[in-house]
Write a protein that binds this ligand. Structure first.
Ligand SMILES: Cc1cc2nc3c(=O)[nH]c(=O)nc-3n(C[C@H](O)[C@H](O)[C@H](O)COP(=O)(O)OP(=O)(O)OC[C@H]3O[C@@H](n4cnc5c(N)ncnc54)[C@H](O)[C@@H]3O)c2cc1C
Ligand SMILES: *[C@@H]1O[C@H](CO)[C@@H](O)[C@H](O)[C@H]1NC(C)=O
Length: 536
């Protein structure tokens, strides 16, 4: 873009910032377009409302975005009725405000609640019914629900049903499902999106001054495909999801086993790479690697966390046949119900009441950064030793290795926008957390995690180096201000979606040509660009 156009754009945005439409005008618009039996002003919070700061902050899960310098929304709307969503879209369009849609608020880079342009937060936390229907083993779950509320609702009704989704109970279903959603049953059942049957979305199209509310049949298979892994916020506001439950045994088994370098961690992790994606599909063994001190000496600790969909006797047989190197013994194994295994994996002590799954807050928030990679070839012992040295040098960053294979390898890359299926041994999550405030500190920690990510380049997927959308990472590329071009968005888009990026662009161009739903990593619309995607 030329300097001139840039100058005009920034002049325009300053102009818009200075001339925020008055509160009354906005409220009039909102009221006019929503159902008067559910007065929208009672769920609309401008910055002069005493509840504004607490509502804004209650779903900020990364303290980096609570700084006073972080851009704040003009107002927050917390819909309790679908017409509140329709009215917000109509009025935000009219006043040229962007909408950030927030469900659980776990977006690692804060894209569900921060924007550089004048914006509004639509926070879904009031809409969270979980309607379990045991007759056809389905659930209608509202977007504002957490996966914990979903698991709780299912466990209340059945001991032999579960759902394959994330491990942390406070994750919101809408961000989670619309980005794929994986958990410790993925080798047996695939992702959350592989079990979505229907959804309800409000898109940006306005007919006779009313926003459209579409279910699967009305939205069509292309958009329904797009929201199952392409990120919901490029397409509209997803209100609820219909999912199919999966069968789980009455007794499952979990274990946690640790090895340091002195206890042979290198050999065991090396071996794990050959085993974890091939082993019994009901067995998921995650490895968490961190740099720790033992007796004053730095070492690497490998924690093996497992869920097995079966009893301990069967698990011990599987392990002694396929992975004797870990040395698992009967005392390591704990048998429990599936719902208790959910609590165990979420780090609650054994015996904790299932009711904690309903807590939406409680964990202390941190400053954090996450990144992701996919590994397709086992890393040699020599390679692992180099990684250990790098980790001990950097100290802070932690790696979590999540095995693929099983059901994941049986589903085509094109089935949903989430493309990381066959051919992947495991996914890496890089994480760094810190407690100190300030930008210098943050930059120091960001450098550490980026340093480790760079170091890993030779060992991970290439052309493109893939990333998982739900491990949101703005380092891999972002759209500029205004309408992103296809070329700009492709930089990050192919990392998340590989060849599915093009189909997502087609869907976007069809359902939101004017690019109303846009943010730093939204799918671009080709409308008005003169470009077309060539479908094969
Ligand atoms: C502690 C923790 C544990 C995690 N564990 C796992 C895990 O085990 N497995 C896994 O796969 N991921 C995991 N994640 C990542 C998680 O899946 C993503 O962060 C997910 O996007 C969070 O969804 P959310 O609704 O909480 O986030 P939000 O921040 O609310 O939203 C994330 C994105 O989705 C959009 N969005 C939200 N609601 C809607 C809606 N109703 N309609 C349209 N778009 C919407 C937002 O605008 C944003 O772009 C974890 C994250 C955290 C913080
Ligand atoms: C983006 O493109 C659409 C479609 O051509 C157009 O209607 C809209 O005004 C553009 N928006 C911006 C911010 O340039």
């Amino acid at each position: 873009m030329s300097v001139n156009a840039n100058a005009i754009l920034s002049f325009l945005s300053i102009f818009l910032l200075m001339s925020d439409p008055p509160e009354d005008t906005i409220l009039q618009c909102l009221s006019l377009h929503s159902d008067p039996s559910y007065p929208i002003y009672t769920v609309t919070y401008f910055s002069n409302n005493p509840s504004y700061p607490s509502i804004l902050n209650s779903y900020i899960r990364n303290l980096r975005f609570t700084a006073p310098t972080t851009h704040k929304p003009l107002f927050i709307v917390t819909p309790t009725h679908i017409s509140h969503i329709q009215a917000s879209i109509i009025c935000c369009k009219r006043f040229q405000l962007q909408i950030r849609i927030r469900s659980g608020g776990h977006d690692y880079d804060g894209l569900s609640y921060v924007s550089q342009s004048p914006f509004v937060i639509m926070d879904m936390f009031m809409m969270r019914s979980v309607e379990v229907n045991m007759e056809d083993e389905t659930v209608w779950v509202d977007s504002g629900s957490t996966v914990g509320e979903l698991y709780h609702g299912v466990a209340e009704r059945s001991k032999v049903h579960g759902f394959p989704a994330g491990v942390c109970h406070s994750v919101g279903v809408a961000g989670h499902f619309s980005g794929g959603g994986y958990g410790n049953m993925m080798r047996r059942f695939g992702l959350s999106v592989d079990h979505v049957l229907d959804a309800v979305i409000v898109d940006a199209v306005i007919v006779d001054a009313e926003g459209r509310v579409l279910d699967r049949e009305q939205m069509g298979e292309d958009l329904f495909w797009g929201i199952r892994g392409g990120g919901g916020a490029s397409f509209g506001v997803i209100v609820s999801w219909k999912i199919k439950l999966v069968p789980v045994p009455e007794v499952v088994t979990v274990f946690r086993v640790e090895k340091t370098l002195e206890q042979g961690a290198t050999d065991v992790v090396h071996r794990w790479q050959y085993v974890a994606d091939n082993i019994h599909h009901g067995l998921f063994i995650r490895v968490v690697l961190s740099s720790v001190k033992r007796k004053g000496q730095k070492t690497i600790r490998a924690k093996f966390n497992a869920l097995f969909l079966g009893n301990a006797r069967e698990l011990l047989r599987v392990m002694s046949d396929s992975f004797p190197e870990l040395g698992l013994v009967g005392e390591d194994c704990i048998e429990m119900s599936w719902i208790d295994s959910v609590l165990f994996w979420d780090n609650f002590p054994v015996g904790t009441s299932v009711e904690v799954l309903l807590q939406r807050h409680g964990t202390t928030e941190k400053f954090l950064k996450r990144k992701s990679d996919y590994v397709q070839q086992p890393i040699s012992k020599f390679g692992l030793e180099g990684i250990w040295n790098k980790m001990m040098e950097l100290e802070k960053p932690v790696l979590a290795l999540n095995p693929y294979g099983g059901r994941m390898g049986e589903i085509s890359e094109m089935e949903t926008p989430f493309p990381h299926r066959a051919g992947n041994l495991y996914k890496i999550q890089y994480s760094v957390n810190w407690k100190e405030e300030g930008e210098d500190v943050a930059n120091r920690y960001l450098d550490l995690i980026r340093g480790l990510y760079d170091y890993m380049t030779p060992y991970v997927s290439k052309s493109p180096r893939s990333s998982y959308l739900n491990y949101r990472d703005v380092d891999i590329g972002v759209n500029g201000p205004g309408n992103a071009t296809y070329e700009d968005a492709r930089v990050w888009g192919e990392k998340y979606f590989k060849r599915n990026f093009d189909r997502l662009v087609e869907v976007k161009t069809k359902v939101d040509p004017s690019n109303f739903f846009r943010y730093e990593q939204s799918i671009p619309s080709l409308a008005g660009s003169g470009l077309r995607i060539m479908s094969e």
